[in-house]
Design a protein around this ligand. Structure first.
Ligand code: IPE
Ligand code: IPE
Ligand code: MG
Length: 293
């Protein structure tokens, strides 16, 4: 045997792909079973956490990158493209209740990016249908006074499938001016696209005011640009939460997040629990925000 081979470490016992999938599934099912068994304990813990969190100022505006729907479904061995997104949508509605219970004023939920519209036609179709049903469920809850809220959809609505665009418009019209939670749903949203469109709109508005072309560059300032963002007139997010263990923004609110606090959490979005949410808020309360001062 060659010398190198004699001293080589024994090969790691890497499970074969099929065995690995079974192991991953067993672990995911184990987590589900543990969560179900511990539900009463979680409820008591959530109540304790909620009162601890309510003893301090809560963020006014929370934004969430709801990520990990497909991995959640895949690990559980669920077939089909819908199940992860369907469970994710149900979780989004829960989050609104959790926010309302804390007196948070505004929630921005990123449900679909512009890039996500490039996924397979089947997946885009499934997400469209689920998002449309979710918008209708939200309007129903508002009608039934279960959760008073006003809804705004941000993103490239001109590129959304027509049924989703119509549901977004209906939801906005039905809830316009309502008191209560302000819910912003980002659909077909990309931060780079928002910035490019805002710069174009700002230049157009300067030209319409009669600014000579040679003075355009100097006339464009932060205020002018911010006035053309989807979020004009609303507050920047105090806290941005991303689930699924990814530590990146993927283009979410690049302008508005300049002084946001970030919280990254390993749970896949459909498995995000109220205690995970309350821990994010508690972590936010422990941060020192300085805004450059
Ligand atoms: C987030 O989950 C929902 C959308 C982006 C539409 P994903 O679909 O990105 O699921 P993962 O991150 O691949 O698990
Ligand atoms: C970001 O998640 C978009 C949403 C959660 C809606 P992605 O899954 O699309 O982002 P990447 O591809 O992991 O960066
Ligand atoms: Mg993802």
């Amino acid at each position: 045997m060659a010398r190198d081979e004699q001293h080589a470490a024994p090969p790691l016992a890497v499970p074969r792909p099929r065995a690995r999938a079974t192991l991953v599934r067993a672990r995911a099912l184990g987590r589900l079973a543990r969560d179900a068994a511990l539900a009463p304990v979680y409820r008591a813990y959530a109540a304790r956490l909620r009162s601890a969190v309510l003893a301090h100022p809560v963020p006014q505006h929370v934004a969430v990158i709801m990520d990990g729907n497909r991995r959640w479904a895949r690990e559980l061995g669920l077939r089909g493209i819908r199940s992860g997104h369907r469970h994710g949508a149900a979780r989004a509605i829960d989050v609104l209740d959790w926010c309302a219970a804390l007196g948070i004023r505004e929630v921005t939920l990123w449900a679909l990016s512009l890039e996500n519209l490039e996924r397979s036609a089947d997946e885009v179709e499934a997400i469209t249908e689920i998002a449309r049903e979710t918008l209708e469920a939200l309007a129903d809850r508002d009608r039934a006074h279960r959760l008073q809220m006003s809804l705004q959809v941000i993103g490239r609505r001109d590129l959304l499938p027509p049924r989703l665009r119509e549901a977004a418009e209906r939801g906005e019209n039905e809830t316009r001016g309502r008191p209560g939670l302000r819910v912003v749903l980002a659909l077909g949203y990309s931060g780079r696209d928002e910035l490019v469109e805002a710069a174009r709109a700002a230049v157009r508005s300067l030209l319409a005011e009669g600014t000579p072309p040679e003075a355009l560059a100097d006339a464009l300032d932060a205020g002018r640009l911010a006035d053309q963002l989807y979020t004009r007139g609303s507050s920047d997010p105090d806290l941005i939460i991303r689930t699924s263990g990814e530590v990146r923004l993927s283009g979410f609110l690049p302008w508005q997040s300049a002084y946001s606090e970030f919280y990254f959490c390993d749970a896949y979005w459909p498995a995000f629990r109220e205690i995970d949410f309350l821990r994010a808020i508690r972590t936010y309360q422990q941060r020192a925000r300085r805004f450059g001062r």
